[in-house]
Design a protein around this ligand. Structure first.
Ligand SMILES: NC(=O)c1ccc[n+]([C@@H]2O[C@H](COP(=O)([O-])OP(=O)(O)OC[C@H]3O[C@@H](n4cnc5c(N)ncnc54)[C@H](OP(=O)(O)O)[C@@H]3O)[C@@H](O)[C@H]2O)c1
Length: 260
């Protein structure tokens, strides 16, 4: 399938590793000019370096998506460098494990800030530029926990539900302008984020054992996903082949999530 994405311009938050980096790699491979951000400069620079040499512009800027001023600046400089914006991928985020009793107000606020407010602020800053695109897309990376309550990730599950509603309401508001908004809901995908969770929860267990036991409880396909199993869908949703798809959410989760 020819996605015909060559020459489009994308901004990916959290592009230095994990799912965001795979999305950046996938889009660059399709000929998309890419801007991305993350907080840690060395990792971001290494990721950008890996993508260069493709003929596409790759712009990397250190920015924290919980900081409104940094987001405004990131979007402005990205648009200036790429010459416009067609695709915004709101990917940056972090898991915040903890049950109801363990979470403080500060934990809740921090989680809401990195998940929901990052999407709100990036989208707000990008909107005037997306309006100038003939194939504008907002793709929000979300979690199956948005619809599948899990008290062990209490803040995540509640705040991701808000993100899901944000995507749907935004798709309704922006649909008449031809700006398509979709959500990609992740189950368990092997990334540095999960390495950090594993190091906290089960430092003495092997990776294989830890991931296999989580997957066998929750995932009908019986395994963690790979980042490339997410990035292909994001490329498709970015393309004109997805021109009648908006306001939807698609799980990339191996069947995880006990809901219809
Ligand atoms: N992997 C999964 O199984 C899974 C499941 C459900 C949902 N998700 C969601 O998918 C997205 C990507 O997750 P991942 O597993 O790829 O995570 P990851 O491996 O930890 O990568 C996260 C990326 O986001 C960046 N980032 C994190 N906080 C940021 C901030 N405040 N400002 C700017 N950049 C920030 C990180 O770079 P810096 O640390 O340098 O900032 C990194 O580039 C997240 O929103 C996550 O919640 C993942």
């Amino acid at each position: 399938m020819d996605l015909n994405l060559r020459g489009r311009r994308a901004l990916i938050t959290g592009g230095s590793k994990g799912i965001g980096m795979a999305i950046a790699e996938e889009l660059v491979a399709e000929g998309v000019h890419v801007a991305m951000c993350a907080r840690h400069p060395a990792e971001l620079a290494a990721a950008a370096e890996k993508l260069r040499g493709s003929g596409c512009t790759v712009y990397a800027q250190v920015a924290d998506v919980t900081d409104a001023a940094q987001i405004t600046d990131l979007v402005a400089r990205s648009v200036e460098t790429l010459g416009g914006l067609d695709i915004l991928v709101n990917n940056a985020g972090a898991a915040h494990p903890g049950n109801f009793e363990s979470l403080t107000d500060e934990d809740w606020r921090a989680d809401l800030d990195v998940k929901l407010f990052s999407q709100i602020r990036c989208t707000r800053a990008a909107l005037e530029h997306l309006r100038r695109s003939r194939s504008a897309r907002v793709i929000n990376i979300n979690s199956v926990y948005a619809r599948y309550p899990d008290p062990t990730f209490f803040a995540t599950t509640v705040n991701r539900a808000a993100c899901l509603n944000f995507s749907k309401a935004l798709a309704r508001e922006l649909g008449p302008e031809g700006i398509l908004v979709n959500s990609v809901n992740i189950g368990f995908v092997a990334t540095p984020q999960w390495q950090r969770i594993k190091a906290r929860r089960a430092p003495d267990t092997s990776d294989d054992e830890f991931f296999a036991s989580l997957a066998s409880d929750e995932v009908p396909l019986g395994r963690f996903g790979a980042v490339e199993e997410v990035s292909g869908l994001v490329a498709f949703l970015s393309s004109d082949r997805a021109s009648y798809i908006t306001g939807t959410s698609i799980d990339v989760a191996g069947g995880m999530g006990r809901y219809v």
